[in-house]
Design a protein around this ligand. Structure first.
Ligand code: PLP
Length: 391
């Protein structure tokens, strides 16, 4: 066998739906020496990481820590710990990830009622309320930032509605944490999960979760064992709680990374970070519209960190994404599910929400669209972004 060559990844600007580029300080943290996962220094880092996470989630929940796996494991952790076979669960699906939640809840044994919304639109909370009144479920699952459509689901007030019917509110914040407000305590969220590789500017590999006191009480009253040993919070919490008892070997370097990523969030300030995402989104949006592209999401519910636009008629999706990657070193995302081949998804998440990324992608995309025969005035996208920044 010929020995594969030395690792030498090409330089890319990751402007898809994740992973986004990690902050250089995060990458530097990852090449520091390993420690044992029960080393006193590491135990301190764990505690600090948990507190930083609580701050970013805007919560006081003691049960807050990163699950050692990606965002999907966070989804599973929330569902398998809170649901027992036969429990009624309502899942709100308005895109690809909501649909996944239906599958995961079903596998956990839930009797799932699906509430559907057209892709590109957000749910009206009154419609959710009517369904809760009818079904009276144990839990409601909803995606905050639907990465497949670019829709931001308003959550303010939903916690109160859920409390009315004694329903647990489970939220997917995989693409929202670190980009837009996620106010766990104020919004009355009972269980929430996110990831490391989108808004937090770290590599993929961890899924920060947080559970409310009410969710803890529900778990304490379980009659059946959690179907997954690895994700059973009643056992993992002996490691991430005060006992620090061995459960699994924590991915040490990833915890270093997350801690550094969260430190950077704190240094910047959460509010400043939200403002930065909004400002760069406005500039990108002005540019994309000037290139003749149209957003898929309802204008009132657009995500700043994920810009989903319709691919113009007659333009070859794959050819353009390939050219962006090979000629310009820029990755953007294609469509998922119903939007496959119909939509491009441009992420400005965490470290990558910056003017240089906005100008690079607009200039490159203009070249590619022109190459596909689309008539665009010279520099229209970049000029519109510049004007938006000047405002
Ligand atoms: C990316 C994403 C996930 C999945 O996270 P992974 O880290 O890829 O496992 C789940 N939900 C939403 C809304 C996402 O955008």
């Amino acid at each position: 066998m010929v020995l594969p060559g030395q690792l030498n990844p090409p330089n890319r600007l990751l402007l898809g739906p994740g992973p986004s580029d990690a902050h250089p300080r995060v990458l530097a943290a990852m090449v520091t020496p390993l420690l044992g996962h029960l080393d006193p220094y590491f135990l301190e880092l764990m505690q600090e990481t948990q507190q930083l996470l609580r701050d970013v989630y805007r919560t006081k929940n003691p049960l807050t820590f990163p699950v050692s796996a990606t965002g999907m494991a966070g989804m599973e952790t929330c569902l398998v710990n809170l649901i027992e076979p036969g429990d009624k669960v309502v899942v709100c699906a308005k895109g690809f990830f909501g649909t996944r939640m239906i599958d995961v809840a079903g596998r956990a044994g839930a009797q799932v009622t699906t509430l559907n919304q057209e892709w590109g639109k957000a749910f009206d909370l009154n419609v959710i309320r009517e369904t809760l009144q009818k079904v009276r479920p144990k839990a409601l699952g909803i995606v905050h930032a639907e990465t497949s459509t670019g829709v931001l689901q308003p959550l303010e007030g939903l916690g109160k509605i859920c409390q009315e019917f004694d329903t647990l509110l489970i939220v997917d914040a995989v693409t929202s944490l670190g980009c837009v407000p996620v106010l766990v305590d104020e919004w009355g969220i009972d269980a929430i999960y996110s990831c490391s590789q989108k808004g937090l500017g770290c590599p993929p590999g961890l899924s920060p979760i947080s559970f409310s006191a009410k969710a803890e009480a529900v778990m304490a009253q379980r009659k059946t064992k959690v179907q997954s040993w690895y994700l059973d919070l009643s056992i993992i919490r002996t490691y991430w709680g005060s006992d620090r008892a061995y459960h699994h070997t924590a991915p040490i370097s990833m915890v270093y990374a997350l801690r550094e990523g969260l430190r950077i969030v704190q240094e910047e300030g959460l509010e400043n970070r939200w403002t930065r995402h909004l400002r760069n989104h406005r500039a990108l949006k002005a540019g994309l519209l000037a290139l003749g592209l149209e957003y898929t999401a309802d204008p009132n519910h657009q995500l700043p960190q994920l810009n989903a636009v319709k691919i113009p008629n007659g333009v070859d999706d794959l050819a353009i994404r390939k050219r962006l990657l090979n000629e310009f070193g820029i990755e953007i995302g294609g469509g998922l599910g119903d939007f496959k081949g119909k939509v491009w998804r441009i992420g400005l998440m965490g470290y990558n929400s910056k003017p240089s990324a906005v100008f690079q992608v607009l200039a490159a995309l203009e070249q590619c669209l022109k190459g596909s025969g689309i008539n665009i005035p010279l520099g229209a996208g970049v000029a519109a972004a510049e004007a938006a920044y000047a405002q």
